[in-house]
Ligand binder design. Structure first.
Ligand SMILES: NC(=O)c1ccc[n+]([C@@H]2O[C@H](COP(=O)([O-])OP(=O)(O)OC[C@H]3O[C@@H](n4cnc5c(N)ncnc54)[C@H](O)[C@@H]3O)[C@@H](O)[C@H]2O)c1
Length: 344
């Protein structure tokens, strides 16, 4: 376990988003004083942050307000979404995120914060290492020489470098975390910004037993997925690690997108047929995460197998849709939800 946070004053930017909201919950449970900052409030439940400020972090003065009188910064704010979204908006997304990250670093330096954690992405890795389904897990040093994902990935890699320069030049105590496909309850499941696990849960929840759902691509593209509780534990361990170089945070449980859909239909208790939408974007062919450096430095290990994490996610999505009369039976088993709630 990471150390107790009592007495710390922290800001979580992107606290209205998926991972940021979970991180605020965990930091509050540890006893930290937490400020959440975002352009929007969390969509599905109120933030437990002590102070929640609606600020556009593309503006430098708003970044200064965000980091005022805090010890630690967790920078999760970003214009982002699933593959369908990030491949459509390269110019605006890259500009938005570059502004947020440059201003947040400078504001944090001026405020002399004790620690700054930047959240990067597996999208920094070169495309040519991800052309096969049976892909080798990506190691941190594979990112350079660079050939990242257009737009979103280039900006993440640039902001990693900028974060490292602030460490070198000004002694800012920085961390860089590369997330690999984080999923779980309280994430977007529709509207265009949702990721594959939540999108598949929504499709399975909305279809009758025996029905058909659409899967983007031919279904053989591979990924690994990391449950959000494991992700938050990893963030806190990395924050405490004293390690300033980039670290992967993901799992190496590699599955095809078809297997992800089959896992969702399995936890749903439905027999589902898959229809492949070949003209939809599907990203790189294969991507997996080598987490050995993270494990060596922090002792972190993922504790939630994909099937269990998808069960939690499916239950949550199903109940969201059921409240709008959109979910089709059977209802997922409630005792699993209660077991997880006991840990929260
Ligand atoms: N979820 C993943 O699988 C994943 C993978 C790789 C990297 N990441 C990174 O992790 C971080 C958190 O991701 P998430 O999944 O919680 O995404 P999210 O979209 O749920 O959260 C990001 C939040 O940033 C906020 N934001 C956007 N522009 C802003 C602005 N100008 N000012 C203030 N807030 C702004 C959004 O409103 C949103 O609530 C992001 O930096 C993201 O790029 C996530």
């Amino acid at each position: 376990m990471s150390r107790a946070a009592d007495g710390r004053r922290v800001v979580v930017t992107g606290a209205g988003g998926f991972i940021g909201h979970h991180l605020v919950r965990r930091l509050k449970a540890q006893g930290a004083w937490v400020r959440g900052v975002d352009v929007k409030r969390p969509q599905f439940e109120a933030s437990p942050a002590d102070d929640f400020q609606l600020l556009d972090l593309r503006e430098f003065e708003n970044c200064r307000a965000a980091v005022a009188e805090v010890d630690e910064v967790y920078q999760l704010a970003a214009d982002m979404g699933g593959i369908g979204y990030i491949t459509k908006v390269h110019a605006s997304l890259t500009r938005n995120n570059a502004l947020i990250n440059a201003h947040m670093l400078e504001a944090s330096r001026l405020a002399a914060v004790q620690r700054y954690l930047y959240t990067s992405s597996a999208c920094v890795y070169p495309s040519h290492l991800q052309e096969d389904e049976a892909v080798a897990p990506l190691r941190e040093e594979d990112a350079i020489p660079a050939d990242p994902e257009k737009g979103y990935g280039w900006e993440k890699l640039f902001s990693e470098q900028l974060t490292a320069y602030f460490h070198e030049a000004y002694g800012l105590d920085t961390r860089i975390v590369r997330f690999h496909n984080i999923y779980g309850p309280l994430g977007s499941y529709e509207g265009g910004r949702e990721k594959a696990p939540a999108a598949i849960c929504r499709k399975v929840a909305e279809v009758e037993d025996g029905g058909t759902i659409e899967v983007w691509g031919d279904g053989n593209q591979t990924r690994s997925f990391c449950y959000v509780d494991d992700c938050v534990e990893g963030i806190l361990r990395i924050a405490d690690s004293g390690y300033s170089e980039p670290l992967n945070l993901g799992t190496d449980e590699l599955v095809t997108v078809d297997q992800l859909a089959t896992t969702a239909s399995g936890v749903a208790g439905k027999k589902i047929r898959l229809h492949h939408e070949l003209d939809q974007p599907q990203g790189v062919r294969g991507r997996n995460s080598d987490n050995s450096l993270l494990q060596k430095i922090t002792g972190w290990q993922p504790t939630t197998p994909l099937r269990e994490g998808m069960h939690q996610t499916y239950q949550w999505v199903w109940h969201q849709l059921a409240a709008e009369d959109r979910a089709k039976p059977p209802a997922p088993a409630p005792q699993i939800l209660m077991a997880r709630a006991a840990h929260a």
